[in-house]
Design a protein. Structure first.
Ligand SMILES: CC(=O)SCCNC(=O)CCNC(=O)[C@H](O)C(C)(C)COP(=O)(O)OP(=O)(O)OC[C@H]1O[C@@H](n2cnc3c(N)ncnc32)[C@H](O)[C@@H]1OP(=O)(O)O
Length: 432
C-alpha cells in the first residue's frame, strides 16, 4: 500500500471477547463488513456470536483506518474503511491428501475509498506473508468473477442452484440401505461437525469448515444472528445405526408457490446417505419443490432420478478459487492419476510461483524440480490456470482451447488432464 501510507493505518487483531478493552474495535470491524456487503446493521447479539465463532476459527482480522479524525456526523475514524480476514484450514487435494491453506474472506473497501489500491495492498502483503509462513495455497470464494484473477486466483470448483420438482414424477432408481429419521435441529450442533469431517476426508475440493456452519445447520444462528426456529432436520442412519448424513431445511411459507422446502445444509458421508436424504426430501407431504443453492454441478441426483428433468438447474457458477503460492510444494503435495513427465512454465504477475518446473509422477507420487536452464516447456500457463487445473475440475484441453494455456508439446494438455484428475468430482460445500 505504498501510495496510500500517508492516509491510512493498518491494524491486525483477533476477535476480542465482550467486556475486554478491544471489544469496540472488533465490533466496529464486524459492522464495517456488514456495510461493505450491504447487510443490515448487526445486532449486539449477532456481533457477539460472530466474534465468538471467529475466535474458534482463529481468524485474523485486518482493518484499514483513516488517519486523523472523521468529519462531524460521518462514521468515526474507529470504523475501518477496509476489512480483510484470514483463517488457516485444510483443503482436500484429492485421494484424501490435505494441504493447509490460507483462506481469505470478509474483503470490503468502503465506497468512498474504492479504487485507490487498498485491496491490492492488503492481498499482496497477505499472500506474501502466507508464503513466508510456509503455506503453498491460498483460497477464497468471490463476490464477483472479475476481481481475483489478476492476483493469481483461478476457479477450482463450481456449484449450481437447483429446484427439484418433488411431485409424482420424483422417483429415484435406488434401493434404500439405511433409514432417515426426523430430529430436532439442535442435535446438529454436535453432529454436523462429525458428519462433515467424514465428507471432508473423501471429497476433493472440500475446505475444513468454520465454526459458523454448525450454528447455521442447527438453527442456532439465523441470518439476523437470532435463533432461526424455522430450521428443521432429518438424519440418515446407515445399516449399523450410525448417523452418516443430515439435511437441515426450512419451509418457505404458504405464500411461496409451489410450496417449497429450502435446503439450508445437506451433508452426506456416503452415496446412500445422499440419495436417501433426497428420497426423504422428495417424500415430504404438502411440498411440491425443494431448492438448494449449493448443489454440485456433477450431481449423482441427476443420474439417480428416473426423470432427470425433475431438476431445474440455474446459476452454474464459480465457487472455490485457488491461488498457488509455492508451485513445487503444491505440485509435490498432489497424488497423480497417471504416470508421466511434464515441464510446466508458470507465469505469475506477483512472482510467488513463477518458474519452469519438471513434474514427474511415478505410481501416483510426484517428484518436482526446477528445470535446468534452457529446458523447453511442454506447457506455458498462468498460475491462476494451474489453480483451475489443480483439482481436475476443468480439463487443460479446454483451458488451451480458451487461449489460456499454451501447448508446446502436442498432447501435453491431454496428459496434464489425466495426471491432475481426482478420484471423484471436486466439490466444496463450504462458503467462507
Ligand atoms: C474474498 C471476498 O471477501 S470477496 C468480496 C469482495 N468484496 C466485495 O465485493 C464488496 C464490495 N466491493 C468492495 O468492497 C471493493 O470494491 C473491492 C474489495 C472489491 C475492491 O477494493 P478496491 O480497494 O477498490 O480495489 P483496488 O483499488 O485495490 O483494485 C485492485 C485492482 O482490482 C480491480 N478491481 C477492484 N474491484 C473490482 C471489481 N469489482 N471488478 C473488477 N475489477 C476490480 C481494480 O481495477 C484494480 O485493478 P488493477 O490494479 O489491475 O488496475
Amino acid at each position: 500500500m505504498a501510495d496510500t501510507k500517508a492516509r491510512y493505518r493498518v491494524q491486525q487483531f483477533r476477535a476480542a471477547e465482550r467486556e475486554t478493552p478491544d471489544y469496540g474495535r472488533s465490533t466496529a470491524w464486524v459492522q464495517a463488513v456488514g456495510l461493505g456487503f450491504h447487510q443490515q446493521h448487526r445486532s449486539d447479539e449477532y456481533v457477539e456470536k460472530a466474534l465468538s465463532a471467529y475466535r474458534v476459527d482463529n481468524r485474523e482480522l485486518t482493518g484499514v483506518y483513516v488517519d486523523g479524525d472523521a468529519p462531524a456526523h460521518a462514521l468515526a475514524a474507529t470504523v475501518p474503511v477496509a476489512t480483510y480476514a484470514t483463517m488457516r484450514k485444510p483443503l482436500n487435494i484429492g485421494y484424501g491428501r490435505q494441504l493447509d491453506s490460507r483462506l481469505v474472506t470478509s474483503v470490503t473497501v468502503r465506497g468512498t475509498h474504492r479504487r485507490q489500491g487498498l485491496l491490492r495492498g492488503l492481498i499482496t502483503a497477505d499472500l506474501a506473508a502466507a508464503k513466508d509462513e510456509g503455506l503453498a495455497m491460498a483460497a477464497l470464494t468471490a463476490s464477483e468473477g472479475s476481481i481475483y484473477g489478476r492476483f493469481g486466483f483461478g476457479v477450482a470448483t463450481t456449484e449450481r442452484s437447483i429446484a427439484v420438482d418433488t411431485g409424482p414424477r420424483f422417483r429415484l432408481r435406488w434401493e434404500a440401505t439405511g433409514t432417515v429419521e426426523a430430529a430436532d435441529a439442535s442435535v446438529l450442533l454436535d453432529l454436523a461437525p462429525l458428519v462433515f469431517a467424514r465428507v471432508h476426508r473423501h471429497t476433493p475440493g472440500s475446505i475444513g469448515r468454520q465454526e459458523y456452519y454448525r450454528h447455521l445447520a442447527s438453527g442456532a444462528i439465523g441470518r439476523d444472528g437470532l435463533p432461526d426456529a424455522t430450521v428443521r432436520c432429518a438424519l440418515h442412519y446407515d445399516s449399523a445405526g450410525t448417523v452418516d448424513g443430515y439435511v437441515a431445511y426450512r419451509f418457505k411459507g404458504w405464500d411461496t408457490k409451489p410450496y417449497t422446502m429450502e435446503v439450508v445444509d445437506l451433508v452426506a458421508a456416503t452415496d446412500a446417505a445422499y440419495l436417501e436424504l433426497w428420497q426423504y426430501l422428495g417424500s415430504i407431504d404438502l411440498i411440491e419443490r425443494v431448492t438448494w443453492e449449493e448443489a454440485p454441478v456433477e450431481d449423482p441426483l441427476t443420474w439417480a432420478l428416473q426423470d432427470p428433468r425433475c431438476i431445474e438447474s440455474s446459476a452454474v457458477r464459480d465457487m472455490l478459487w485457488l491461488r498457488i503460492l509455492d508451485a513445487p510444494a503444491a505440485l509435490a503435495a498432489r497424488r497423480y492419476s497417471a504416470d508421466s513427465r511434464l515441464v510446466l512454465e508458470i507465469k505469475d504477475a506477483l512472482g510467488f510461483a513463477s518458474g519452469v518446473w519438471v513434474l514427474e509422477s511415478d505410481g501416483g507420487a510426484a517428484a518436482v524440480a526446477g528445470a535446468p536452464a534452457g529446458t523447453e516447456p511442454d506447457l506455458t500457463l498462468d498460475v491462476a490456470d494451474l489453480g483451475s487445473m489443480y483439482l481436475g475440475t476443468v480439463s487443460p484441453v479446454t483451458l488451451s482451447a480458451a487461449g489460456r494455456i499454451r501447448e508446446h508439446t502436442q498432447g501435453a494438455t491431454f496428459t496434464a488432464g489425466r495426471m491432475f484428475a481426482v478420484e471423484r468430482p471436486a466439490h466444496c460445500l463450504t462458503h467462507f
